[in-house]
Design a protein around this ligand. Structure first.
Ligand code: ATP
Ligand code: MG
Length: 321
């Protein structure tokens, strides 16, 4: 569509990893030349699954460095944070009135995150943050949302909120679409969803030695003939998938090339492929780390806030406040 607006984001909970790259970042870089784009550092959503925001300032800067290193261009893209945009957060209130408690509690991604949370009790924010994401997407009238598979239920919540708001108060919001990347759910080195918070990720910013150590520890099996069999050899298939993505080759091909080389040859090939792929990104990141990137965020926050003020004004007018 011609007047599409792209919105997407990440929580500043730790360094971005290959799952982000192949799930969402590559799409963002591709789309930034064509559409207006907002990228959100979702800082208020850090405390959905933990008690404290942790090293929020440092994680925010690191996230920004990851964005810039993969090629997100702040000349084209508005990068901003929740905590700087009160008017975005204020949308949560009317939006929450549009969904039922039972709709909130059957969200499958929320259930999975509760299962992996280290909190003793599940917070109210854990159930309501998908509606906060509706505010993230709708404040700028986002229509295209490049995300991984775990975000599909949340984009559905956003569509529900937009549809119901329009029905009750008149047409204000477009209905957004999720756009999934080449690998909508990249698995981590333990076979579960690769996640910043689950200790199973290869960070874009890891060193070559750290990368090698992580891959060395990945589980495999004792069959020396390497084959790509996702059902019966998921660990081996996952490593082949990683190498395939980084080399731009089918994983079956790579398996054939390794043949009877076993886990040792497989791991050394994967390590080489990942490090080679990430080398230019890591180099650019190290250079950027020497500069003052926080000014980029200040400029983005100002632009996003203007947009949020306008949308909140429309919402209040539509509701008769
Ligand atoms: P956390 O463990 O702290 O929740 P995360 O790794 O899940 O971190 P998020 O910040 O929650 O990362 O997600 C940011 C974006 O990256 C979302 O669009 C999400 O769908 C996508 N994403 C995260 N992990 C993966 C993955 N393993 N494969 C594909 N996309 C992913
Ligand atoms: Mg997550």
């Amino acid at each position: 569509m011609h007047n599409d607006v792209v919105l997407t984001g990440d929580r500043p909970t730790g360094p971005l990893h290959l799952g982000h790259y192949f799930g969402s970042l590559a799409n963002r870089v591709r789309l930034q030349d064509t559409y207006p784009m907002y990228v959100l550092i979702a800082d208020y959503q850090v405390i959905t699954d933990r008690d404290l925001p942790g090293e929020i300032q440092r994680n925010t800067t690191e996230l920004l460095l990851d964005y810039l290193a993969v090629g997100i261009d702040p000349g084209k893209v508005t990068i901003f944070q929740h905590s700087a945009i009160p008017e975005l957060n204020q949308l949560l209130l009317p939006f929450l009135s549009l969904v039922s408690v039972s709709e909130l509690s059957r969200n499958p991604t929320v259930k999975d995150e509760i299962a992996h949370s280290s909190q003793a009790a599940v917070s109210g924010l854990m159930f309501t943050y998908p509606v906060h994401q509706a505010a993230d997407i709708l404040f700028c009238k986002g229509t295209l949302v490049p995300v991984g598979k775990d975000q599909l239920p949340h984009v559905e919540v956003t569509r529900l909120v937009a549809r119901r708001f329009n029905e009750r108060y008149g047409e204000v919001f477009p209905l957004p679409e999720a756009m999934m990347g080449e690998r909508p759910m990249l698995k981590g080195l333990d076979g579960g969803k690769m996640s910043k918070s689950r200790g199973n990720a290869i960070a874009l910013s890891a060193t070559e030695d750290e990368t090698a150590a992580l891959i060395r520890k990945a589980r495999t099996d004792s069959d020396r003939l390497i084959t790509f069999d996702e059902t019966n050899r998921p660990e081996v298939a996952n490593l082949l998938t990683l190498a395939g993505l980084c080399l731009g080759r089918p994983p079956q091909d790579i398996a054939e090339e390794i043949g009877y080389g076993g886990a040792v040859a497989l791991k050394s090939l994967v390590t080489e492929a990942v490090n080679e792929f990430l080398r230019p990104i890591r180099k650019r990141r190290a250079e950027l780390a020497e500069t003052d990137v926080r000014t980029i965020l200040a400029a983005g926050n100002e632009k996003a806030r203007e947009r949020a003020v306008a949308t909140l004004g429309e919402v209040r007018a539509a509701m008769g406040f």
